[in-house]
Design a protein around this ligand. Structure first.
Ligand SMILES: NC(=O)c1ccc[n+]([C@@H]2O[C@H](COP(=O)([O-])OP(=O)(O)OC[C@H]3O[C@@H](n4cnc5c(N)ncnc54)[C@H](OP(=O)(O)O)[C@@H]3O)[C@@H](O)[C@H]2O)c1
Length: 263
């Protein structure tokens, strides 16, 4: 099976690091133009350089836009920049996020609002901007990157698990409304995949250990016995946003090495 995205444009939030960066590279290698959106311009430039080098000599363009996706005005400005430069967005990946969890009684209104703005409202606003053009062209793909706690919320998993469950409901609504126009919408629920957030947590909590030593006790609890790699996640995302994924919509797929106790 040849998975190609030639002629498509993909906008990926949280595209400067981790899973977003890996998807950006994978999509560009499949021929897509990619736009990476995140806040830190330095990290964005680094990602742009890496991916541009990887696809040098091909038609794929790699652009970056610095934007805080929790800020509606910045989001609209970023959208206008992308529209002026690349014209259309065929593939939207709502991926920007950050770890947020703790005991329910410790979570303030401000923490709830910040989590919802980042993990839910940014996706709502971008889908609202992207879907009309996708409907006109009768082709669109949206992936909402969530977490397995959306299906298996436990003690101490708020606010993330609640925002992520809402993201799953949003996925289902958008897939039902998008399907008549060939706009396919799926959620990918992440378990444990190596990325910037794990590197930061390693450095903050156990800098005296190697990453392998730090992560080993966590890996032992996973059925597959190891943390996932961002490229493994990007492989599935690339399939879903391609024509090969043409009959898959409205799904919330665990990408977790078998960690979740639910399907
Ligand atoms: N990796 C895992 O094991 C795991 C597990 C569960 C869920 N997830 C979810 O998967 C997604 C990707 O995670 P990751 O592990 O790749 O994380 P990561 O390496 O920490 O990358 C997060 C990305 O999001 C961007 N970002 C954060 N806040 C933003 C904001 N307000 N506006 C714009 N961009 C923002 C970051 O760039 P800036 O900081 O420069 O803005 C960065 O590009 C996230 O939604 C995360 O919650 C991951």
């Amino acid at each position: 099976m040849d998975i190609r995205l030639d002629g498509k444009t993909a906008l990926i939030t949280g595209g400067s690091e981790g899973l977003g960066r890996a998807m950006g590279r994978k999509f560009a290698e499949a021929g897509a133009n990619v736009v990476l959106v995140a806040r830190d311009p330095g990290k964005l430039e680094d990602a742009q350089r890496e991916i541009s080098d990887a696809v040098a000599g091909t038609q794929a363009r790699v652009e970056v836009v610095s934007c805080d996706v929790t800020d509606a005005a910045q989001l609209h400005a970023a959208w206008d920049t992308v529209a002026a430069s690349l014209g259309t967005v065929d593939i939207l990946v709502n991926n920007a996020g950050a770890t947020a969890f703790g005991p329910f009684l410790d979570i303030t209104d401000e923490m709830w609002q910040a989590d919802i703005d980042l993990k839910l409202f940014a996706a709502i606003r971008l889908a609202r901007l992207a879907m009309p053009g996708m409907a006109d062209r009768k082709w669109g793909r949206i992936i909402n990157v969530l977490a397995v706690s959306a299906k298996t919320p436990g003690a101490g998993s708020a606010p993330t698990s609640v925002s992520r469950a809402a993201g799953m409901a949003l996925t289902k609504v958008l897939s039902a409304e998008g399907a008549p126009n060939n706009i396919l919408v799926n959620a990918l629920l992440v378990g444990l995949i190596r990325s910037g957030q794990h590197e930061r947590r390693h450095q903050a909590t156990a800098p005296e250990k190697t990453f392998a030593e730090y992560i080993a006790p966590i890996e032992e609890k996973l059925p597959i016995g190891r943390i996932g790699q961002a490229e493994e996640f990007a492989n599935l995302a690339c399939f879903l946003v391609s024509d090969a994924g043409s009959y898959v919509t409205g799904c919330a797929i665990n990408v977790d090495g078998g960690r979740s106790p639910v399907v």
